[in-house]
Ligand binder design. Structure first.
Ligand SMILES: *Cc1c(COP(=O)(O)O)cnc(C)c1O
Length: 376
């Protein structure tokens, strides 16, 4: 019997090691990894820069409390803010859901500090922001709420790419909007440039805080360091996790100076958040990812073309965050691909999702397309 809670439907394979874009199971069978721990293994497996940072930091200092100064956090924060559009400050946590929780708390506190009763959030249908109560409440998927009600009050859901649906939900108590510029778990749904431009204007007009959840889209995934950079949005807060540590758990909130002011000593915190080990790894990952951006754009375009040429459905997404919308449930396809040595994921019922390591090359795409072609 298993002593694990049954929260995951696990595929019947046990990986024992990884190298670059490949994973190996206990029988030595090789798998091309086009899901990368759901966008976590940004540098692939066993990357020398990450392993080097991890091992040398582990020998020096793994953890000190946030009671003390932490130069490792300062270094990563400086690198993250240098890619942000304005002066900003960073808070470190350990996961995506925590970064969203922190972002929601910060947005409410910002308005409270101004003496305004603005505490509601507008999120989007089919969004995904995490599994704890704040982030779950922001998640616009009924099936994930089921059985856990009552959720946090104050959340409503607009339709992506429909600015009127957002406008209708704004009232004098609205603190802000929270969105993914490409919805990941919801099926690789892209927010259109036109919509985001209208949303930016609406937010300006109504003084709404813009929170962009970059947990999946950030850290180079879509071809720019942050995905919002390719849009007209100027977010006040962004959330990060997944790729940031390349597999070592770390998350972050970045907020403009003005908004970040509202987190004063004692108002928010985390025991593990941004410890030296996690930050040394994130620092190495961020440096590598910056060098990989042209690769993400080039190989992403190439893969999009190759997916289109399969003629099996609509190709969605940008950079190396891509989806292929099939006409039927894709669970079977994932299993058949697994047998053939290709790891992909099925999300929103019929969208095959691809989140390969950012280090992949055209030849790996060719290998994946050949397997996909045979299993579809
Ligand atoms: C994965 C994800 C989260 C949750 O991250 P966890 O680390 O699993 O808590 C939040 N937002 C988005 C957009 C995600 O893709």
């Amino acid at each position: 019997m298993s002593y694990l809670m049954r929260t995951y439907e696990r595929l019947p394979v046990r990986f024992v090691r990884g190298e670059g874009v490949y994973l190996y199971d206990e029988n030595g069978k090789r798998y091309l990894d086009f899901i990368a721990g759901v966008g976590v293994n940004a540098l692939g497996h066993n990357h020398p820069a990450l392993v080097g940072a991890l091992t040398s930091q582990a020998k020096r200092l793994i953890h000190v409390s946030n009671l003390y100064e932490n130069p490792w956090q300062e270094e990563v924060a400086r690198k993250l803010v240098s890619e942000f559009h304005t002066n900003a400050r960073v808070f470190f946590c350990n996961s995506g859901t925590e970064s969203v929780e922190g972002a929601l708390k910060l947005a409410r506190k910002y308005w409270r500090d101004k003496g305004k009763d603005r505490w509601k959030f507008i999120a989007f249908e089919r969004s995904f922001h995490g599994r704890t109560y704040g982030s779950l409440s922001a998640t616009g998927q009924e099936k994930l709420h089921k059985g856990f009600e009552p959720l946090l009050p104050g959340f409503s859901y607009a339709r992506l790419n429909d600015v009127d649906s957002v406008r209708k939900l704004v009232d004098e108590n609205t603190a802000g909007v929270i969105l993914e510029v490409i919805q990941g778990e919801g099926g690789v749904n892209e927010a259109s440039e036109e919509f985001l431009s209208e949303l930016q204007n609406l937010a300006q007009e109504k003084e709404l805080l813009i929170i962009v959840d970059e947990v999946q889209t950030g850290i180079g995934r879509t071809g720019s360091f942050y995905a919002y950079e390719q849009t007209p949005l100027k977010p006040h807060i962004i959330t990060l996790a997944k790729g940031l540590g390349g597999g070592v758990p770390i998350g972050a909130i970045i907020a403009t100076e003005e908004v970040a002011e509202s987190f004063t000593p004692g108002s928010h915190g985390s025991t593990f958040g941004g410890n030296p080990l996690a930050c040394a790894c994130a620092s190495a990952v961020v440096d590598e990812v910056k060098k990989l951006l042209p690769n993400v754009v080039r190989v992403g375009e190439y893969m999009k073309e190759r997916l289109r040429s399969l003629g099996k459905g609509k190709v969605k997404g940008r950079g190396l965050m891509l989806g292929l919308e099939l006409s039927e449930d894709c669970k079977e396809t994932v299993l058949r691909a697994l047998e053939r040595g290709l790891l992909v994921n099925c999300t929103a019922g019929k969208v095959l999702r691809f989140l390969p390591p950012l280090v992949i090359e055209e030849k790996h795409v060719d290998e994946a397309i050949e397997i996909l072609g045979s299993v579809l």
